[in-house]
Ligand binder design. Structure first.
Ligand SMILES: NC(=O)c1ccc[n+]([C@@H]2O[C@H](COP(=O)([O-])OP(=O)(O)OC[C@H]3O[C@@H](n4cnc5c(N)ncnc54)[C@H](OP(=O)(O)O)[C@@H]3O)[C@@H](O)[C@H]2O)c1
Length: 336
């Protein structure tokens, strides 16, 4: 088995050969077709991913890669593994064990979803992390009763999905990006120019405050954190909330105590893993079908490049320089 491995946080990725892992009870071994590089993988490579009440996913050395697609090539004992045997699946890595940046991965059968015939293995490899988060954040917005929302990192893969599904759900959205060309990108997606703000432009904070007031924004989804969180909080009207769901700035989320005390504003976190755990097996399967039906449209991801395991370190460097150009897909068996 050819696999990438990281020995400790921040260490270089190494390509090694290992014996094929055997699936245990309730598990399957998936022959990996493709696995994307997501920001969560970058956080994992730095040793900062997960923790809390979950199985500590920071054990090293380990093969990275949280999500993938492939074909089930071996089933461990159990009904579900036998049902999934030979099928095309989207899959998530097991907690605390080797992930998907390898030719094969062993994972619980419960973490695999069989694919509808219409879904390609490429789109299926990017089916969980972002599409499920987009649906989950829509659920959060509906429960909050938000008349309108805003989001940062709006030109990223997830930001564009959120833009499409909130538009379809009839929830107005203010989109915040960080470069002028990203404004054009979103306008090209059909978003009204007055609903896109560039945080690098002069007068951004004032424009944001006016846009939030005019559109009656009460909830912001923030993937940037750092000082951006405090700026969002300041721009929100009384009682507004910022949901921090990403750490792109790698900085502590700031907030003015006056906004919290006198403005009755709130900052909270969102993590998909926790949201999914609260759903149960049937709820997860229903969501899997719902998401698959939209994978060719509103929940589609663009791909910038397809790379073999050997080229992953250099591909990650170019991804970090400009993240809005689509996902890198890793093809562990080569790009053919
Ligand atoms: N909480 C959860 O459970 C969960 C689940 C899924 C995703 N996420 C988070 O969602 C976010 C977006 O994921 P994605 O897959 O859409 O990423 P992506 O496709 O790589 O896009 C990232 C976007 O963020 C922008 N960006 C990067 N660093 C930034 C910074 N310091 N300040 C402002 N903007 C910045 C990039 O702009 P450039 O092109 O200019 O680089 C790009 O538009 C990530 O933070 C990810 O961790 C969280």
């Amino acid at each position: 088995l050819k696999t990438l491995v990281i020995d400790s946080p921040g260490a270089p990725l190494r390509l090694i050969e290992k014996p094929l892992p055997e699936p245990g009870a309730g598990e399957v071994r998936v022959r990996i077709h493709a696995s994307p590089v997501n920001p969560s993988d970058l956080i994992f490579l730095e040793g900062n991913y997960g923790g809390g009440s979950f199985t500590d996913p920071r054990t090293f050395p380990r093969t990275p890669g949280f999500e993938a697609s492939g074909v089930v090539e071996k089933a461990g004992p159990g009904l579900l593994p036998r049902l999934w045997m030979g099928r095309r699946v989207a899959c998530v890595a097991p907690d605390g064990r080797d992930g998907a940046w390898a030719e094969s991965m062993v994972t619980p059968a419960e973490r695999c979803v069989p694919l509808l015939p219409s879904v390609t293995l490429d789109q299926a490899s990017m089916m969980f992390v972002n599409p499920w988060t987009a649906e989950a954040l829509l659920d959060v917005a509906k429960k909050h009763g938000a008349a309108a929302c805003a989001q940062t990192a709006a030109a990223g893969a997830l930001g564009r999905m959120i833009g499409r599904i909130f538009q379809k759900a009839g929830i107005p959205m203010i989109h915040i990006v960080r470069r002028p060309d990203q404004v054009e990108l979103l306008i090209g997606d059909g978003i009204k120019p007055e609903h896109v703000l560039d945080s690098s432009s002069t007068g951004f904070d004032g424009s944001m405050r006016s846009a939030f007031t005019e559109s009656r924004v009460s909830l912001v989804f923030d993937a940037v954190a750092g000082e951006m969180t405090g700026r969002l909080l300041a721009a929100l009207p009384e009682g507004g909330k910022v949901v921090v769901y990403g750490a792109l700035s790698k900085e502590s989320a700031s907030s003015s105590p006056y906004d919290l005390l006198f403005g009755n504003k709130k900052v909270e976190g969102f993590w998909l893993a926790r949201w999914v755990q609260e759903r149960g097996f049937v709820g997860r399967m229903l969501m899997a079908i719902r998401v698959q039906r939209q994978l060719g449209g509103d929940l589609a991801s663009e791909v910038r490049s397809r790379v073999p395991l050997e080229d992953v370190p250099s591909a990650i460097q170019s991804y970090k320089k400009e993240m809005s150009c689509g996902k890198i897909l890793i093809y562990p068996s080569g790009t053919k």
